[in-house]
Design a protein. Sequence first.
Length: 99
Amino acid sequence: MDPNKEKVKGAAEELKGKFKRGVGDAIDNEQMEAEGEAERLKGRARQEAAKSAERARGAGEELKGGFKRAVGDVVDDPQLQAEGEAERLKGEARKKANQ
């Protein structure tokens, strides 16, 4: 599952639901309005699930990077320290981008 594709699909589904809900409201069709709202909520949930997966992935990267950096400190390896810090920052950025 590609999280970016899931976010796009969710956004499209949410937009489609909003449109359908609006049409249902305009023509006074309660069933269409309810179906549209259900689609909108389903699309929103799909986007949130993709964001949650990316936040978890970012947390893992952050943890792994912090550990790698700490090992670099212990063995006095500046390259390992730098790689660990870079990975930690990458994870932090992934989490922030998916809030």
